[in-house]
Structure formats: C-alpha cells, structure tokens
Design a protein around this ligand. Structure first.
Ligand SMILES: *Cc1c(COP(=O)(O)O)cnc(C)c1O
Length: 375
C-alpha cells in the first residue's frame, strides 16, 4: 500500500507529468517569468471556467483577501464580519489593515457562516462581510447577499477551499463560488483543490471598476509605470505557476469528483456508527471536499493517536477559533459568545482526502477508525 498522506501532490503530478513538464519548459524557453503569456492565458481560462468577468492573479490567497479589503475603501476601525471558525488568513488581513474583525457563528451542520448570527452582528460601522466556503461547500450565499444588500455592505468570498463548487439560487440560477459577491478570493497553495507547485492566488469580480482597482493595488498602486496613484503592494503569480495551473485547471472537475468519491466511501463506511457525524451537503451547494471532516462524539485525541500509530494522518481544522486567538488581544473586541464554534473545535476531525486515494487505503483508514471506536 502507498503511504497515506493528507494530500498526495507527488502521485497527482506523476499522472500529468508530461503535460506539466512541457508547460514548464515552454515558460523556460520564453524566459517570461513574471506576467508572461502563461499568466494571461491562465487568467482567461479560469475566468471562462468560473463564468466571471475578471480574474486577477496574485501571489497567494492571503494577499488576495488583503487586496480585496484594500480595494473597497475601508477606514481603520471599520467592521468586517467573518466566521470565527475558519483559517486565520481570513481575519488576519482584517487585523493587518487595522480594521475591526467581528466574529460570527457558523451553522453546526455545514460549518459555514450562520446568516442569523451575521444579521445580529451588523452595526453602523459594518462595511463588509467575508463568508468562507469552508471545507469545500458554499456558505448560504442567497441569504448573505440579501442581508448585504439590505445593509449596503460589501461581500468578499473566501473561496480558498471551494474552487469548482457551485451554488444554486432559489430561482434556479447556478453560479460558481467566488463569483457571487463583489469580490472572490482564492488560493493555489499546493494542497488546495487547484494547487500550484508553489504559492499562488487570484481575485474574481464581475465589476469593471473593482477589477481595475484590484489590478492596480496588486501592482504597487501604479497604472503607468513609476506613477503610483494609490497605496498598493507587490503581489504576482509567476508564469511557471500559471502554466502549471492552466494544465491542472483542465483536470479540476475530475479532481473534485475523485474527492467526492472518497467522501462517499467514508460516508457509507461510517453510516451506522453513532459516534461519527459525517459531513452533510446543503441542498443549495455542491461539495468539492477540500476536507472530509467528521464530528466525533468520543475520544478524539485517542483516535488521532491510534490512527497515527497505523500510519494514518488526521488533522484538526481548526483547534483554536479566531475569537480565541491571542493576536486579537489588542483589538479590545467584545466577548464573543460562539457556542457552536467552540463546540465544533472540540469535535471536528479531518481525514485524508485527495485525488489519488485508492480502495486499499480507504478501507485501511475506515477499518482503523471503526476498530478504535468499537473496541
Ligand atoms: C488556504 C486558505 C487561505 C490562504 O491562502 P494562502 O495561499 O495560503 O495564503 C485563506 N483562507 C482559507 C479559508 C484558506 O483555506
């Protein structure tokens, strides 16, 4: 049996090695390492795949979120609402820009932003909402967008974990995650569903003015070289990563299907195990299973140790929610009462899910989990 990993980027690469190597060599031959044709080609393919007007590549997902927040003209102290139950990057950029993070609750079933908690948190200082499509399924965007519209707020989607996921609105319209709010932000970190062989990220928008601002900010605030109109930063996707991503984008739907197949196997194996709550997909969303995350009613540390002994990695995403992170101590945030989030952090456990898992590995993992629980 091949060793079990949380992600297996090596085996995935070997499957498409010829295509990828040729694309890398084409970049080497062109010697256009930054902003070459490969970057423009990838942005064009991704924008057509997502059905979004503008794709602005940048250096990583955290930069994408930061650039998005810089583009909407916020003032220090303005409030940005995010779920507490997310990767730190979502809220880190809020803090970095001296904006005020306001943490809200997630739904205990989908792990995504709870619209009721969101609406309660809105104040006259609220300027933006950042829903996170956590683990690979969409946040309830229809409700979030309608709350945002009512209160005249920006919506920036953190789509780092859900590229390729689709959302169905009640009128039947289907849109890809990351393309529904004012701006979408994503990451091409190697372990993401569409992963580069290094860092990468991108911004999405259908708004021409915002697209222009995002592009300018990512390029030192300049439109004309050496004339800097606004404060920006330096955030670029390099041509080599773009060329690799353009190849991998062609396989993305197949990759996401492979992840969904893994999830289906786990779901069926754990169906009759009362100690395990398997992940549920909301009716309005597809699920691209960036993570396969169970809720365990039992000895989580014991299970993690048992699996580790058998060579099976597992992870807690995330052990400390945003509202409990020390980094926000100087922000004088009000006490948050986020019982669902606190509860989830003590119960979630993510099992390996990636595109190259085989039946032997899956059976080995589910046997190990069930043996521990039923012992
Ligand atoms: C990975 C991730 C990011 C950050 O992406 P990087 O490319 O690592 O900077 C942001 N938000 C979420 C939810 C993520 O999972």
């Amino acid at each position: 049996m091949r060793p079990i990993q949380m992600v297996d980027t090596k085996t995935q690469y070997l499957q498409i090695k010829d295509e990828v190597d040729a694309a890398i060599h084409a970049v080497l031959d062109s010697a256009a390492y930054i902003n070459g044709k490969a970057v423009q080609d990838f942005a064009a393919s991704l924008s057509s795949y997502l059905g979004v007007k503008h794709v602005i590549p940048c250096a990583n997902g955290t930069d994408a979120l930061q650039i998005a927040m810089m583009a909407i003209g916020l003032e220090p102290g303005d409030e940005v609402i995010t779920p507490s139950f997310t990767y730190i990057a979502t809220t880190e950029v809020v803090a970095l820009l001296r904006l005020k993070p306001v943490f809200v609750e997630v739904d205990p079933i989908t792990f995504c932003m709870d619209p009721a908690s969101l609406e309660k948190a809105i104040t006259p200082k609220t300027k933006a909402i950042v829903p996170v499509h956590l683990y690979g399924q969409a946040a309830p965007m229809e409700e979030i967008l309608s709350i945002a519209k009512k209160h005249n707020l920006y919506v920036i989607e953190d789509n780092a974990q859900a590229i390729g996921c689709s959302y169905t609105f009640s009128d039947g319209t289907v849109k890809k995650t990351g393309t529904m709010g004012h701006i979408g932000a994503t990451s091409f970190y190697p372990s993401k569903n569409l992963g580069a062989f290094g860092d990468g990220g991108a911004l999405f928008t259908n708004d021409d003015t915002l697209a222009h601002t995002l592009k300018t900010i990512a390029n030192h605030g300049q439109e004309k070289r050496y004339y800097h109109d606004i404060v920006g930063c330096n955030s670029r996707l390099d041509s080599m990563q773009a060329a690799i991503l353009n190849i991998k984008l062609k396989h993305l739907d197949r990759y996401n299907q492979a992840r969904a197949n893994v999830a289906l196997f786990y779901n069926q194996a754990f169906e009759n195990c009362s100690a395990i709550t398997t992940p549920k997909t909301a009716a309005y969303s597809t699920h691209v299973f960036h993570q396969y995350t169970i809720l365990l009613d039992g000895d989580r540390d014991g299970l993690i140790a048992h699996l580790a002994e058998k060579g099976i990695p597992s992870m807690i995403y995330y052990p400390v929610p945003g509202h409990k992170q020390k980094m926000f101590a100087s922000f004088n945030l009000p006490e948050s009462d986020l019982t669902t989030t606190d509860h989830l952090t003590t119960r979630v456990l993510s099992l390996p899910v990636h595109t190259e898992m085989d039946l032997e590995q899956l059976t080995y993992i589910t046997d190990a989990v069930l043996n521990f629980i039923n012992k």
